[in-house]
Design a protein around this ligand. Sequence first.
Ligand code: NI
Length: 180
Amino acid sequence: MAILKIARMGHPVLLRKAEPVADPTAPEIHRLVADMFETMVDANGAGLAAPQVHVPLRVVVFQAPADRSDSLTEEERHDHTAPLTVLINPEIEILGPEREAGWEGCLSVPGLRGLVERFAHIRYRGVDHEGHAIDRIARGFHARVVQHECDHLDGFLYPQRMSDLKQLIFESEARHWAKD
Ligand code: NI
């Protein structure tokens, strides 16, 4: 395993449409996924897409931990959380028009935060690197991280999804925006 170099905003690999993976169970995909997990954990990210490590393939890894949705009941929490997940050749289906604003960061846009509206309720499908089908409903932060990571596969970074660039800020100034 290896910690990979992360491409930063401005690198052309982040603007390309990534290619589908022909064989998700191939040894080189296993290696890529292992390296992406290690890189994501090292960088303290919630998700990572292959183009961010200079590999233009449709592979993302992410997690939506329960501590992001503390205020929810046990039942509500189901769609709001996801274990460490590998998603290859993903497809997203929007399940309703409702959108939610939330603060996002990105390992390719270090030091910044932006308030981004995302669809609140989605379904996503794909396969993992063992060839298992993935088919999940997602809400809240879970829906947000999947939309953010899958956007990377189509060449979009979160600032390009923002409606008001006044809400693109440095992390160090986030305290001015904290809700209480
Ligand atoms: Ni990102």
